[in-house]
Design a protein around this ligand. Structure first.
Ligand code: ASP
Ligand code: MG
Length: 414
């Protein structure tokens, strides 16, 4: 018998039929003797509908009222699902975030969880009831309704699992797990049985948007085993967990992530003196533009250097205007920019114990005559910036160079 927190996303509760299907699944687990806490999102499209209702009243609605409005989406699904469970003869009880007493700070629309009261939920579980909790919401010390940011029901699921010391937090969604790369790009992409929190964070932040990143950080911090599964097809999904100590059997690379939306900006010939990086990036960050990769070249003999960084393509125009001003101030020789670049990354904790991973990557790209414009590395990741035109080709080449379609990749040498 296990205590499971099962989170169902918007598409999994998008219609009454889907809600009935969730109830069937919960019923089945309950019959097997598991204790279940269900966390639900709003029905798909509902949160967006509420946002546009608000915007039709006022362009910038009050943040407190916005949270009162958006939290209603989840309130609908907890009630409907509880009814569907009762119809099946189960005892169930719904809770909004504030009824549970998920206490958050007062940062409306991006609140952080501070405390969770488990007493009422535990009493329900002990009495054999299914707890049905609204995702995405809580209340501050004063009882004001707050929300946790878009996609925040994942975080609710993980937080409840951590607070209740659940055996597993299962995230039911419309994909059946985490893949070695996007199957729309590589049709032989394979579902991973297991991935570490760190790898998942790299994969998620690099564009494999399955889980809210915050929920993965949360799960890692509190060591909550997290499983991504499909609510549409049966399967084991992907278990996200801590690294085992069988490092040698790890494949060097677990997955290939990519991001089409990178734009590259370079300042040529800026003075190579202390403080130059902060003079360049200070105004960029003041404008709230997120910088991804940063590369500074070695100094050339005349005491100048070149400085390159990448930003999201949406922020490219704004970044370029700011950079042109800085270039003038610093007397830079030139500003180069390219909005049609993409980032491709290989990710894997196995890199820690395998040599030659980066060179295998570079060779695979060279074989396809793909030029690398920038390289950056971390302990478990190597990323390159390339021309966007070659992104899919690069992903396919790397997927095959690291034998990711092959189930035996786990023990193959690269
Ligand atoms: N309903 C909220 C949203 O659409 C929260 C969630 O689904 O996780 O962002
Ligand atoms: Mg979601």
């Amino acid at each position: 018998m296990a205590l499971l927190v099962q989170k169902y996303g918007g598409t999994s509760v998008g219609t009454i039929e889907r809600i009935e299907a969730v109830a069937d699944r919960v019923y089945k687990h309950k019959q097997q003797g598991d204790d279940i806490v269900v966390v639900v999102s709003a029905m798909s499209g509902e949160t967006n509908r509420l946002v546009s209702l608000a915007k039709s009243v006022q362009e910038f609605p009050d943040a407190r009222e916005m949270d009162v409005l958006l939290s209603t989406g989840e309130q609908v699904t907890i009630a409907l699902l509880s009814m569907a469970l009762m119809k099946r003869g189960l005892e169930a009880r719904s809770y909004t975030g504030s009824q549970i007493r998920i206490t958050t700070d007062s940062a409306h629309s991006k609140a952080r969880i501070q405390k969770i009261d488990t007493e009422a939920m535990q009493a329900d579980l002990d009495a054999g009831r299914v707890v049905v909790a609204a995702g995405f919401q809580g209340a501050d010390e004063l009882g004001n309704i707050t929300t946790l940011g878009r996609g925040g029901s994942d975080t609710t699921g993980v937080a409840l699992a951590a607070a209740l010391k659940a055996d597993e937090c299962q995230i039911y969604t419309d994909v059946d797990g985490v893949y070695t790369t996007d199957p729309r790009v590589v049709d032989s992409a394979r579902r991973l049985d297991k991935i570490t929190f760190e790898e998942m964070l790299e994969m998620a932040s690099l564009g494999s948007k399955i889980l809210q990143i915050r929920s993965v950080e949360f799960a890692g911090k509190y060591q909550v085993p997290l499983r991504v599964l499909s609510s549409f097809v049966e399967g084991e999904g992907t278990l996200i967990t801590t690294e085992g100590n069988n490092n040698m059997e790890q494949p060097a690379v677990s997955g290939i992530a990519f991001n089409r939306d990178e734009a590259k900006l370079t300042l040529m010939g800026v003075p190579d003196i202390p403080g130059i990086a902060s003079r360049i990036l200070g105004p960029i960050s003041d404008a709230n533009i997120e910088v991804d990769m940063i590369v500074q070249n070695v100094s050339v003999e005349d005491g100048t250097t070149d400085f390159t960084f990448t930003v999201h393509r949406n922020e490219y125009d704004q970044a370029l205007v700011i950079l042109k001003d800085i270039a003038e101030e610093l007397g830079a020789r030139d500003v180069l920019s390219d909005a049609s670049t993409a980032k491709v990354s290989i990710v894997g904790v196995g890199m820690r114990s395998h040599a030659g991973v980066a060179s295998t990557m570079f060779k695979a790209l060279a074989n396809e005559s793909i030029n690398i414009q920038l390289i950056s590395t971390s302990e478990i990741k190597v990323s390159v910036i390339i021309d966007e035109k070659y992104m899919e080709l690069a992903v396919r080449a790397l997927h095959s160079a690291f034998k990711l379609s092959d189930c035996a990749a786990g023990i193959s040498e690269v």
